[in-house]
Ligand binder design. Structure first.
Ligand SMILES: Cc1cc2nc3c(=O)[nH]c(=O)nc-3n(C[C@H](O)[C@H](O)[C@H](O)COP(=O)(O)OP(=O)(O)OC[C@H]3O[C@@H](n4cnc5c(N)ncnc54)[C@H](O)[C@@H]3O)c2cc1C
Ligand SMILES: NC(=O)c1ccc[n+]([C@@H]2O[C@H](COP(=O)([O-])OP(=O)(O)OC[C@H]3O[C@@H](n4cnc5c(N)ncnc54)[C@H](O)[C@@H]3O)[C@@H](O)[C@H]2O)c1
Length: 473
């Protein structure tokens, strides 16, 4: 006997950052919600992405602190127990997992189905032998590691973000194809944990970021012993007997392990999108600014599946917007000009809004580029963190972008993200009193440099001051 059909208000496909945000918000606002997950609750971020990578980076940072002699404290080569570092990664995932768990979402009132979902029509899908009919569907199916068509890759054991965190033995030599976010974060973490690491990047490493800021990160990684080859496309892979060779147009690189990190493939195949009349391409579901499918208004897409920026905070933000629209009928616009991101290398590199090059193209001579170096920030100097800078792109007294590279850049970008999200002026930063000595003062210094010439190099100001000195009481 077949299971009874489920009729619901909102059916969410995928229990990652995007899907969970929709499900939690909608059910707590009184909607009937069905949540379907084929794999692990929590999706990529919790199980194979942000959380394990940041946990491994924390272990690697600890190793580096022990290794480096500083401030009169001797350094020593740390004894790294690679398996125990992976235990730490598992422990961190386990500590966070209850928040994303089936039990929690059932407790909130969702019906959770653990199965692969496939649309069978514009208003229905099937999962785990159940038919679900819904007023609204949310495609929150995320993305998977892209496996590029490099000859030989299918004949060697290649790691991806889905397998590397399970590796318990330390790679002697990790070769990484791809110098993007995953490649650079994993390169430094593994180097610090005692592996030899070579990155093979087909174009420019950290190519999506401001080149001046990226150059500081690449220099730091190279100084730590990571070999980075740029403009070298992986053309062929061969291997056997515990070794793997990447053949490039400028020579071969042989290592013990291979990590492939060349971008993501959005999970939209095998989802029955054609049966639902949902237009899609290799970037994801085609949606408007309201995150609704351009061809089936009943269907939304959020997070990586929506074809834009691929970050957890974007997926979560999308989720909140969809709840507002689907539950309350309020209009939404998913624009990206105020979305920050950060690469968690040391130094960290964070960006919000336009980079200098993008701002110059958009605003020409009206653009003012404001800077402050970490080497002129007392806290950075005191703590030996002089590498870095804050760069603010400003037009007419308002920031249109900010780039921060240096220690804690991911935290330091917060006020600039707030400024861009709320249309604040630079005076919001200059008028704020910050505790001394903090790295945040670098942001205030950069903002202040917009006004300094207007105040200090201005003959009218000097005349006015002389006058006040003569006649003022
Ligand atoms: C190594 C790595 C590090 C990262 N670090 C960061 C970081 O530091 N900060 C950051 O902001 N972002 C980071 N990201 C990106 C971030 O993980 C993703 O952008 C985010 O997880 C996307 O969330 P999502 O909800 O769109 O998809 P996902 O989290 O991928 O969730 C999608 C879910 O849908 C399920 N699913 C797919 N198809 C079906 C189906 N047909 N039926 C049922 N279920 C289905 C999947 O099993 C999955 O659980 C990182 C990514 C990687 C790979
Ligand atoms: N800190 C974070 O927020 C964070 C961390 C990791 C991942 N992510 C997200 O995950 C996404 C995927 O990360 P990623 O590093 O896989 O992708 P990516 O797009 O950031 O970088 C992939 C790199 O691989 C290179 N490449 C492609 N084909 C190649 C080939 N054949 N040979 C050599 N190089 C090649 C590209 O030129 C590119 O630089 C990121 O774009 C980001 O959205 C975010």
């Amino acid at each position: 006997m077949s299971l009874p059909e489920i009729e619901t208000d909102i059916c969410v496909i995928g229990a990652g950052s995007g899907g969970l945000s929709v499900a939690a918000g909608a059910v707590q606002m009184g909607a009937r919600v069905v949540l379907i997950e084929a794999g692990e609750m929590g999706g990529d971020c919790l199980n194979y992405g942000c959380v394990p990578s940041k946990a491994l980076i924390a272990a690697a940072e600890k190793a580096q602190v022990v290794r480096r002699p500083r401030f009169g404290i001797a350094g020593t080569e740390p004894r790294v127990d690679f398996g125990a570092a992976k235990d730490h990664v598992r422990d961190v995932i386990a500590a966070i997992a209850p928040v994303d768990s089936q039990e929690r979402f059932e407790g909130l009132g969702c019906t959770v189905i653990r199965a692969h979902a496939r649309f069978t029509g514009p208003d229905r899908l099937e999962a785990g032998g159940r038919t679900v009919r819904a007023r609204r569907f949310v495609v929150a199916t995320g993305s998977s590691p892209l496996v590029p068509p490099i000859p030989g890759l299918d004949r060697v054991e290649a790691l991806t973000n889905e397998t590397i965190f399970d590796l318990r033995e330390r790679p002697d030599h990790l070769v990484i194809i791809g110098g993007g976010n995953i490649g650079m974060e994993m390169a430094q973490a593994h180097r610090r944990l005692g592996c030899e690491v070579t990155v093979i990047e087909g174009a420019t490493a950290m190519g999506k970021d401001d080149p001046e800021a990226a150059a500081l990160v690449l220099r730091a990684l190279r100084d730590e012993g990571v070999t980075i080859h740029e403009n070298r496309k992986a053309e062929r892979v061969s291997g056997g007997d515990g070794s793997v060779t990447v053949h490039t147009d400028a020579g071969d690189v042989t290592g013990s392990h291979l990590l492939v990190a060349v971008g993501r493939a959005v999970n939209v195949t095998d989802l029955g999108l054609d049966a639902a009349g949902v237009d899609h391409d290799r970037r994801g579901v085609k949606v408007g600014e309201d995150l609704r499918s351009v061809s089936n208004r009943r269907v939304y897409a959020v997070g990586d599946a929506a074809g834009g920026l691929q970050f957890t905070h974007v997926a979560g933000w999308h989720g909140g917007l969809v709840v507002r629209n689907a539950c309350l009928g309020l209009p939404i616009r998913a624009r990206t000009a105020h979305i920050p991101w950060c690469t968690y290398t040391a130094p960290e590199l964070a960006q919000v809004g336009l980079t200098e090059a993008q701002a110059r193209e958009a605003h020409g001579d009206r653009l003012k580029v404001l800077r402050a170096g970490f080497d002129e920030n007392d806290r950075a100097v005191a703590s030996g963190q002089r590498t870095g800078f804050v760069k603010v792109m400003a037009v007419g007294g308002k920031p249109v972008g900010a780039t921060i590279v240096g220690a804690h850049a991911g935290e330091l970008i917060a006020p600039w993200a707030m400024a861009l999200a709320n249309g604040l002026k630079l005076t919001a930063m200059t008028g704020t009193v910050l505790p001394y000595p903090t790295l945040s003062e670098a942001s205030k210094r950069a903002a202040g440099s917009y006004y300094a010439p207007k105040l200090f190099d201005n003959p009218w100001v000097k005349r006015a001051v002389r006058l006040v000195q003569r006649i003022g009481r």
